[in-house]
Write a protein that binds this ligand. Structure first.
Ligand code: NAG
Ligand code: NAG
Ligand code: NAG
Ligand code: NAG
Ligand code: NAG
Ligand code: NAG
Length: 363
């Protein structure tokens, strides 16, 4: 009703849906996210792997277990503060029985996380980030990056990515809160099984099994890639973990929404490419490999109070930005600023402020 009357008001005062101006993160007090659940986030990070061809090279696979976990990073980029203040590269193995059904040693390696140049000179991007998993005779060499902080509470994570390669692997982007007790794990997953049909992706709020060990149908959804896309195509995969539910999108089209078991507590963010010869991953043929490749990764994190009192210029964050609908991926646009905050006064007065919000949410 409020929205309707605002729309009418908008018609009366003749406010147009202008493109909000591009701005910088340093000028944003918070970010209004447009999606199934609207949310305000405090923080934004963008990792761009598209122009790192100078630091790119594909490292040969290491075939010794010990050298695999002890491998050095593959590019100075992974020594940069931009990377190290957010991400860690895993080197753990599954010999401590992490998954009951695994039949194979898997070993994470920094050697499987690398920047790769696009050798097709006629097409963009110039480079991407690759997470590689390959089946060796005695073990599976795998890749994982994990956020340094385990204290994300609600996020919108997005990646322009594709999965390519052999059957028998999983690639994934997820939130994770560890527990020794399977039923206490909190986790929202986007997973791709390379053995699946190429239009199926898996969306799950773990645990996926009920207390009897049977599949809990409310916990997951086998979603379909929209518009004839396949997971081997470049597409923006997005997972919004919000207080009420988790919502998955591909190229901004909602493909799943699950309220059941929505994580409640602070969590890590993880991306990986792996296989352990278990039921879920299957076995990869020796000598074959699969890859999760990313052109960029973007995250909005830590929700703030909704800007309930924006109309009176009393919001908790003075300048409200958004990354949805920005003409330049990774860069926010300024929706409104109440002045006196970090942002410049873009909209002043309560009518344009509310109109901008309404038009933004409806767009
Ligand atoms: C959110 O998703 C649910 C489930 O698909 C749907 O019923 C609801 O209409 C969606 N809400 C919005 C605002 O899109
Ligand atoms: C990363 O930094 C470490 C410690 O300073 C150094 O030993 C290593 O050579 C660096 N690696 C790369 C690839 O730049
Ligand atoms: C797996 O990692 C543990 C340390 O977490 C190490 O003690 C063990 O030797 C590793 N196993 C193999 C097979 O490399
Ligand atoms: C999110 O907010 C909580 C509570 O203020 C804070 O403890 C945590 O460090 C923040 N998370 C990140 C990743 O900064
Ligand atoms: C979902 O996908 C999994 C793995 O591909 C399959 O085993 C399961 O039967 C599917 N579930 C449904 C409901 O289609
Ligand atoms: C994978 O191969 C092992 C034998 O190496 C076998 O025990 C296991 O059942 C296979 N897993 C699947 C899912 O086929």
């Amino acid at each position: 009703m409020e929205i309707l009357s605002l729309l009418l008001l908008g018609g009366v005062v003749g406010v147009n849906a202008q493109q909000a101006p591009l701005t910088e993160d340093s000028r944003c007090g918070c970010y209004l996210m447009k999606g199934n659940e609207t949310a305000y986030f405090k923080e934004h990070r963008f990792f761009d792997f598209r122009n790192h061809h100078h630091h790119a090279s594909v490292p040969p696979v290491i075939t010794e277990v010990k050298d695999t976990s002890d491998a050095p990073i593959t590019s100075p980029f992974f020594n940069s503060t931009e990377w190290t203040d957010f991400w860690m590269i895993s080197n753990w193995n599954n010999s401590h029985g992490i998954r009951e059904d695994s039949t194979l040693l898997m070993v994470n390696s920094p050697n499987n996380v690398y920047l790769e140049a696009n050798h097709d000179a006629d097409s963009s991007p110039k480079s991407w980030l690759s997470l590689r998993t390959e089946r060796l005779q005695k073990f599976q060499t795998t890749a994982e990056i994990e956020s340094l902080s385990a204290k994300f509470k609600f996020v919108s994570i997005r990646m322009l990515a594709r999965t390519i390669g052999a059957r028998g692997a999983i690639t994934a982007m997820f939130t994770y809160r560890h527990s020794e007790d399977y039923y206490q794990v909190q986790e929202s997953d986007l997973e791709i099984r390379t053995s699946d049909p190429k239009n199926v992706i898996h969306c799950t709020n773990q645990p996926s099994l009920d207390s009897e060990g049977d599949v809990e149908v409310r916990a997951s959804k086998n979603a379909t890639m929209p518009n004839g896309l396949e997971w081997s195509d470049w597409a923006v995969h997005r997972l919004d973990w919000t207080p009420r539910s988790t919502t998955w999108y591909v190229n901004d089209i909602q493909v799943a929404n699950i309220e059941f078991q929505t994580p409640k507590d602070v969590s890590n963010i993880i991306l990986n490419a792996w296989s352990d010869g278990g039921e879920w991953t299957g076995n990869m043929t020796v000598g074959e490999s699969a890859y999760l490749q990313l052109q960029w990764f973007e995250i909005l994190y830590n929700t703030t109070e909704p800007e309930k009192r924006q109309e009176q210029g009393q919001g908790v964050c003075h300048s409200v930005c958004s990354v949805d609908g920005s003409p330049e991926v990774g860069r926010p646009v300024m929706l409104w600023s109440n002045g006196g905050g970090r942002g410049a006064g873009v909209f002043t007065g309560w009518v344009p402020v509310m109109m901008a919000t309404v038009l933004f949410l409806l767009a």
